[in-house]
Design a protein around this ligand. Structure first.
Ligand code: BDR
Ligand code: CA
Length: 311
C-alpha cells in the first residue's frame, strides 16, 4: 500500500468536520486531532470529536485548544449546526476523555517529531496561529497547511466565510506565515453537496454509523435549506481539506496570493485573492482549489464510512 500522508487535524465538529475526521482516518495517517471553539463552544467541539473518533475506531491522540479567538469575541454557529454543534443524531457517550488541554504544544511537539506532516485546520485558525507564533520553526518543518476557510464569496457575511470571520487575526497570521497553504474555500466546497440521494448512500453504507451520519446530514441540510434559496443540501466543506491531500487528482487549482482583511467595516474576515496578472503582484502563497470532482469525492466519503468498525 502507498504511504499515507501524515496529517494533524485541527477542528470544531461540526457536521462536516465529523466527515473530515472519518475520511482522514481511512485515507491518511492521523497523528492527532486538536479542537478549537468555533461551530460550538470548546467543550462541545471536543466532546463531538471524541464521539467521532469512537465512530471510526480511532485511538489517535486528542487535545483541546483555544476556547476563544485571539481578538474577536467568540461567536458560535448554532443556527447551522444546532446547540450541540452536531445536532441530528443520537450518539452514545464517548468512550474516552481527551488526552490533554494544550493543543498548541501538542501541535508543536508532533510537528517537530514528524517533519513533513500536514496541518489540516477545518475551524477557526486560533490554535494554528498560536502554534506558529510560539514555534515559528514549524513553517519549515510542515509540508503545508490544507485548510477549509475563505473563498471567492462569503457565508457569515457577504465577503467573509465563517472560519476566517471567527478569528481574522489568526487567519491573517497563518496566511502571512510563509507556510504553503492549500485553500478549500466556499467556491470549492459548495460544489460538494449532501443531496438527498447522497444522504441515502451514507445511510446504507454502514449498518450502525450509516443511519447516524445520515441523520447528521439531514439536520445539516435542513438548516442550510432553511437559510438559503439555492441549496440542494449542505456542503461538505471540511472534507475537501482532507481529500485535497489524499486525492489531489480530483481537484483543479490556481496559485494565488491570498491575504486576510482584518480592518474592513464590511469586509472583515474576507480572503482577498489576487487574480491579477500584473508582473508586480505579490508572490503566490496559496494553492486556491477551484474545482472538485464531487461524485468521485463523495464515493470516497462512502468508502470511508464503510471502513468504520461494526460496534
Ligand atoms: C465552515 O464553517 C463551519 O460551519 C463548517 O464546519 C466549515 O468548517 C464553513 O463556512
Ligand atoms: Ca468546521
Amino acid at each position: 500500500m502507498a504511504t499515507r500522508v501524515k496529517v494533524l487535524l485541527d477542528c470544531d465538529p461540526g457536521h462536516d468536520d465529523a466527515f473530515a475526521i472519518i475520511v482522514a482516518s481511512k485515507f491518511a495517517e492521523v497523528l492527532g486531532v486538536t479542537t478549537v471553539a468555533g461551530n460550538a463552544p470548546l467543550d462541545l467541539t471536543t466532546k463531538n470529536a471524541r464521539i467521532v473518533l469512537d465512530l471510526c475506531g480511532s485511538i489517535t491522540p486528542l487535545h483541546s485548544g483555544a476556547g476563544r479567538p485571539l481578538v474577536a469575541e467568540p461567536i458560535h454557529a448554532a443556527y447551522i449546526h444546532g446547540e450541540s454543534g452536531m445536532d441530528g443524531a443520537n450518539f452514545s457517550a464517548p468512550s474516552r476523555p481527551a488526552d490533554g488541554t494544550d493543543a498548541v504544544h501538542f501541535i508543536i511537539d508532533t510537528v517537530r517529531a514528524n517533519p513533513g506532516v500536514w496541518l489540516v485546520p477545518t475551524g477557526p485558525l486560533t490554535n494554528i496561529a498560536l502554534a506558529l507564533r510560539v514555534a515559528p520553526d514549524l513553517v519549515e518543518k510542515i509540508s503545508g497547511i490544507s485548510l477549509m476557510g475563505g473563498g471567492r464569496f462569503g457565508n457569515r457575511t457577504a465577503t467573509a466565510e465563517f472560519n476566517i470571520w471567527c478569528d481574522p487575526e489568526a487567519a491573517s497570521a497563518v496566511f502571512d506565515s510563509g507556510a504553503k497553504i492549500v485553500m478549500s474555500g466556499l467556491h470549492l466546497t459548495h460544489q460538494i453537496m449532501a443531496t438527498p440521494a447522497r444522504i441515502e448512500m451514507v445511510r446504507s453504507a454502514h449498518a450502525v454509523v450509516g443511519p447516524q451520519l445520515a441523520g447528521l446530514l439531514e439536520f445539516f441540510s435542513k438548516m442550510y435549506k432553511s437559510l438559503h434559496d439555492d441549496f440542494e443540501g449542505a456542503p461538505l466543506h471540511d472534507v475537501c481539506a482532507v481529500l485535497a491531500l489524499t486525492h489531489p487528482q480530483f481537484f483543479g487549482s490556481s496559485e494565488r496570493h491570498v491575504a486576510v482583511e482584518i480592518d474592513g467595516a464590511i469586509t472583515r474576515g474576507m480572503t482577498v485573492i489576487d487574480d491579477r496578472h500584473v508582473v508586480s503582484r505579490a508572490k503566490a502563497n496559496t494553492k486556491v482549489l477551484e474545482t472538485i470532482d464531487s461524485d468521485a469525492a463523495f464515493s470516497l466519503i462512502v468508502e470511508a464510512i464503510r471502513a468504520c468498525p461494526e460496534r
